[in-house]
Design a protein around this ligand. Structure first.
Ligand SMILES: Nc1nc2c(c(=O)[nH]1)N[C@H]1C(S)=C(S)[C@@H](COP(=O)(O)O)O[C@H]1N2
Ligand SMILES: [Mo]
Length: 319
């Protein structure tokens, strides 16, 4: 796959997919295994949170970065969740009435145990931990987020993936009544994402059910979403209702929309630019909008842990 680097793209255009989509629409005329610090029953995440933590969890120091987390306010008011609108502030405005409970998740495909399970069934045997992860959006902004959850691989193993299970697909809820963004065809609904099975089983891959010690806010994908911190944000589906083990590589929403711009892998890589902008740097949310940029790190800083997953692969082709 050839990565285009058009020289006629102004930095001012490197902002939001929403603007791109609007333009596209106009043009096309389309309408439509960690070390856990035992820190008492509650972890450390009370800083910046609007109220005391309500979840019980341990701090996973081994898998946490030491950078200062973004505030709860920032993490819940600057979101990409197109089911609730395409602007960063739309989810905060439109997701308040969303009901993440009761919830159930269907397990399907190449696994011994399939079926539909309640949210409580899904999480009950997993001790919660907090992991402070770097988060990097493909739009070249970033945050640091104290997620609460448990290893994704521990969950997947419970269903006994067969030897045919080479990939895992995650599907977001389809419910236009609750998700006003789904009443227009900004994206092909429902949102789907996928990981290779060894990526999903990697100890860094996390099933998130909370942040700042509280249940996951609606805007961040309540009641559960995945987090693979070495990948761009779009690889992490929110409000998941289906997990399917597949023999062949599943498509993912942004790849279906624009395959030359969003690959299946979506690994953070400062050396492989998005066709319309550089990925060499990023803007850490929290400063002023035009505040200091920082260098983007290979695999978002997690190269020591994950680079071996991609040995021998051409990361320009498999971007
Ligand atoms: N269902 C769904 N999941 C999604 C998205 C979305 O629009 N819908 N956006 C993705 C993108 S592009 C990003 S950057 C992250 C944003 O997560 P956050 O709002 O919790 O920071 O969610 C990802 N998961
Ligand atoms: Mo993103």
């Amino acid at each position: 796959m050839l990565i285009r680097k058009p020289s006629d793209i102004k930095p001012s255009e490197i902002t939001s997919e929403a603007i791109f989509l609007q333009r596209r629409k106009l043009l096309s005329g389309a309408v439509a295994g960690g070390l856990l610090a035992a820190g008492g029953s509650m972890g450390r995440a009370a800083d910046n949170a609007p109220s005391a933590p309500t979840l019980k969890f341990k701090d996973n120091v081994q898998y946490s970065v030491t950078e200062k987390p973004n505030t709860f306010e920032e993490i819940t008011h600057y979101n990409n969740f197109y089911e609730f609108g395409t602007d960063k502030t739309d989810p905060a405005e439109n997701a308040g009435a969303f009901k993440p409970k009761p919830w159930s998740v269907t397990i399907a495909g190449e696994a011994e145990k399939t079926g539909t399970f309640t949210f409580e069934d899904i999480i009950k045997s997993h001790p919660l931990e907090e992991r402070i992860y770097r988060f990097r959006c493909v739009e070249a902004w970033s945050m640091v987020i104290p997620w609460v959850g448990f290893p994704l691989g521990d969950l997947l193993k419970r269903f006994g993936p067969t030897s045919k299970a080479k990939y895992v697909e995650f599907t977001t809820l389809l419910d236009p009544k609750q998700m006003p963004g789904q009443r227009s065809d900004t994206l092909p609904w429902p949102y789907v994402e996928g990981l290779r099975i060894d990526e999903a089983m990697h100890p860094l891959a996390f099933m998130v059910v909370g942040l700042y010690g509280r249940d996951l806010p609606n805007v961040d994908g309540a009641p559960l979403r995945t987090m693979a911190p070495w990948k761009y944000g779009f690889k992490n589906g929110k409000s998941i209702v289906k997990i399917r083990f597949t023999a062949t590589q599943p498509r993912n929403t942004w790849n279906i929309l624009a395959a030359n711009e969003y690959g299946f892998y979506g690994n953070v890589n400062p050396e492989v630019d998005h066709p319309r902008w550089s990925q060499a740097t990023e803007r850490r949310i929290g400063g002023s909008f035009f505040g200091a940029r920082q260098k983007t790190l290979m695999f978002n800083g997690y190269a020591d842990q994950v680079a071996s997953l991609y040995q021998g692969m051409d990361l320009r082709r498999d971007f």
